[in-house]
Design a protein around this ligand. Structure first.
Ligand code: ZN
Length: 303
């Protein structure tokens, strides 16, 4: 009798878990009332499709075209949902307000302030992908950019209401009289007045439980950083920022021609590789077109 009671209790508990899981993924259907999105019980990582960058110049990365499996680059944005808050990591290459999604891939031509030009194909807006999960930009607790290049900041202004976690050197460069080439200052200008938390340590544990940790990895830009996530089922994942772009950089030890400080990039790579070895975490190279294609995209998630 007692055993039966325990069993039926377990059955109810299991049913509750199933319901909870359905509410979790099904929650993606609601597009309004984002305050109704309940914080998840466990850390979640959502991968958004922020486009495909057509890189026509492998030489900038010190490659010959034939050394690369593909010159195409994925542009990834991420939402981290923690029981205590949310964090957006990188915001894409094309501002949502520059185009209207139709469901058909659209190629946007971007001219940077230093006259360099890029073509990026996008299908979904970042805001649209957030909204599919029931979130709006005003629900986001923290904004973190791996670095200031235009293909990571496009929608930063949307998150000006979040607390911005940034290194002093990076922020200073972004708001310098003459910001670095390949930045698009108009896309992040609103961050000037954001609540800003300057990161002064090599590691910053965002929620205080070791599951979401920003790690300094300078070189590509002065305050470049990567994000370590400790997921209950998936295990450790490091989001690369632009520590690498092509996976071949990792094998063949190539550093882009346009890094702020190549020696720093090499030192950061050595440090992160040691961290990956120590923790057993996977490295997700954000611009790795082939690797990114294999990732589950929102509304699915990693936990
Ligand atoms: Zn990039």
């Amino acid at each position: 009798m007692k055993r039966n009671l325990v069993l039926s209790f377990l059955a109810i508990a299991a049913a509750a878990l199933v319901l909870n899981a359905q509410a979790g993924s099904g929650g993606g259907i609601t597009s309004s009332a984002p305050q109704n999105v309940r914080p998840p019980r466990f850390l979640r990582l959502y991968v958004f499709d922020c486009g495909t960058l057509h890189n026509s110049d492998a030489g900038r990365y010190r490659f010959k075209k034939e050394e690369l499996a593909t010159t195409e680059m994925s542009v990834a944005c991420f939402l981290i949902a923690h029981p205590k808050g949310t964090l957006v990591w990188d915001t894409g290459a094309v501002p949502d307000n520059a185009w209207t999604p139709t469901g058909i891939p659209m190629t946007q031509h971007i001219v940077l302030p230093d006259s360099q030009q890029r073509d990026i194909t996008v299908v979904k807006s970042l805001k649209g992908q957030l909204s599919e999960l029931g979130y709006s930009p005003s629900d986001i607790t923290y904004l973190v950019l791996s670095h200031y290049h235009y293909d990571h900041t496009a929608n930063a202004n949307e998150f000006a209401g979040a607390a911005w976690l940034v290194r002093q050197v990076e922020r200073e460069a972004m708001f310098a009289k003459q910001p670095p080439g390949t930045t698009q200052p108009s896309t992040y200008s609103a961050l000037r007045n954001s609540k800003t938390i300057i990161l002064g340590t090599d590691e910053h544990d965002v929620f205080g439980d070791g599951t979401v940790v920003i790690k300094s990895a300078p070189g590509h830009t002065p305050g470049h950083q990567v994000l370590y996530l400790k997921l209950a089922k998936t295990g450790g994942v490091v989001l690369s920022g632009d520590l690498y772009h092509y996976p071949e950089e990792r094998r063949l030890d190539r550093v882009p021609t346009f890094d702020f400080n190549e020696e720093q990039t090499r030192a950061s790579r050595v440090m992160i590789e040691a961290f990956l070895k120590k923790t057993g975490a996977q490295l997700w190279i954000q611009h790795d077109f082939i690797g990114n294609a294999k990732l589950k995209k929102a509304p699915n998630f990693y936990e």
